[in-house]
Design a binder for this molecule. Structure first.
Ligand code: CA2
Length: 148
């Protein structure tokens, strides 16, 4: 049994309420509820957290990252700005999968760079809420490879 953290950055609490054309119509609660049985089927548990504050995300990673096996994170706009999030992930040595709902490479140039891309196991980009399931599937596969 492994603990997998699922983190969401700023404004993702608005999911399902605004901009459904860009970000879909599922809320974070809907997404979490869809992920829990997938994780359970693989024998894993999920902890989830969303914050609009960079420091709160850093503190969550520091406090919960040590006991966890893997992090799935959509850092929102902090993807493109946050050395602090990168350092927190490196600091606890947490294997990380980066998720984006939208295809950031089809959007403004400032969204093309990610401070996590080169330290992540991989990225899932552009598949809407389904990206979280894909990331969890990749996480389960990766954990199986590590532990046998
Ligand atoms: O595509 C993604 O998942 C993003 O991480 C979403 C961020 C954006 O800054 C990144 O470049 C790409 C924005 C999240 C905003 O979420 C909202 C959800 C519903 C309504 C309004 C905003």
């Amino acid at each position: 049994m492994a603990r997998i953290l699922v983190l969401h950055g700023p404004n993702l609490n608005l999911l399902g309420t605004r901009e459904p054309g860009l970000y879909g119509s599922m809320s974070l609660t809907d997404i979490h509820q869809a992920l829990v049985p997938l994780a359970a089927a693989a024998g894993h548990v999920l902890d989830t957290f969303q914050s609009n504050h960079e420091g709160a995300l850093v503190e969550y990673i520091q406090q919960h990252g040590v006991g966890a096996a893997l992090l799935i994170i959509n850092p929102g706009a902090y993807t493109h700005t946050s050395v602090a999030l990168r350092d927190a992930i490196l600091g606890v040595g947490l294997p990380t999968i980066e998720v984006h709902l939208s295809n950031v490479h089809q959007r403004e140039p400032f969204r093309h760079h990610s401070y996590l891309a080169d330290i992540a196991l991989g990225q899932v980009i552009g598949f809407g809420h389904h990206g979280y399931s894909l990331a969890l599937q990749a996480a389960c596969h990766w954990l199986t490879q590590q532990t046998g």
